[in-house]
Write a protein that binds this ligand. Sequence first.
Ligand code: FE2
Length: 326
Amino acid sequence: MAEKYSSFFASVKTPFQREYGGVTFPAVLSPATSAAALAAAVKEQKTWVESLLHMHGAILFRGFESLATASDFNDVVEAFGYEELPYVGGPAPRTHVVGRVYTANDAPPHQKLHFHHEMAHLPSPPRKLFFFCEEESASRGETPILLSHIVYERMKEKYPDFVEKLEKLGWMYTRFMGEEDDLSSPLGRGWKSMYRTTDKIVAQQRAAEVKTKLEWVENGVKMIAGPTPGIKCDETRSRKVWFNSIATAYTTWGGKRNDDPKKTVNFGDGNPLPENIINHCLKIMEAESIKFPWQKGDLLMIDNFAVLHSREPFTPPRRILVALCK
Ligand code: FE2
C-alpha cells in the first residue's frame, strides 16, 4: 500500500523491510503520479530525500517509468549534485558504461560477495552509493543490505574484548595483484586499472595518496593498505558503526594470487584475526540483513557510512550498475 508523501513521492510498505527502533529499513519510494520523473523530483526535493536517507540508511526507488536506461540513471545521480568518487584503490573489476556509471562487479555470476562497506580499507571511502537494475537476473542476484551499527551492537554484546582490540588496533589488508584485470575473481583488478596508469612510479604515488604501500614482485605487486580503523563513529547519527570488510576479506578475498584469504586481513599490528569470531560475525550479518529481488528500473541509494552491502550469486542475464559519490 502506498502513502503519498508529496507531489512526487509515495512511500510503500513491502514484506522485505525490517524495523529497528520503529524505523523501517530500507525506505521504499514510488512515484506519487505516473508522470513523476525521478531526476526532476530529486532536484525539487533533494533535502527531503537526504533527510529520509539519514533516517533509514538506504532508499529503494521503485516504479519510476522515466528510469529505464543507464543514461537515465546517470541523470538521477547527476541531479543529486554530489562530487564523483573515482574508483581508485578498489579491488572489483568494473567497466565504464556512461557518464559516472559503471558495472557493479564483472566477477563470475556464481560467486557470492559477502558484506562490506565500499572501499572500507581506504582513508576516504565513498559517502553515497547508487545501484541501478538495468536488467533483472533470471534468478537470485540480490544486493542484500545491512545496518552497520546493528552489527557493531551485536558484536560488542557477544565479543567485547575483540571489538575493543579492533577499535584500538584497526585492521590491515594485504594482497597480491597482477598487471591486468582478472575477470575470474570479484577482486581481480590489476594494478594498472586500479591506479589508472601503466607507470609504476605514478601507481606508487596514487597508492600512497590512499595510504597504501606497493611492493613490486614478479609479474605484479603486493599492496598493503592500512592500518585502517575497524570501528568508526558516525558523527551525524551519534553512534558507532562496524566500518570494515574484515569478515568478507577473511573468508573470501582469496583468488589465484592470494590462495589463503585469511592471510589477506589482520589486526592493524599484523597479528591474525580470530577465526571463530569472524565466522560468527558472518552469521550475525546474514541474520540481520534484508534482501529483495531486483526489478528492472530499481534504484537503490545507500549511505555507505551506515549500511553494508553484498551480492548473491545469480543466473545471467543480470546487469546492475553503480555510481560512487564523495
Ligand atoms: Fe561493493
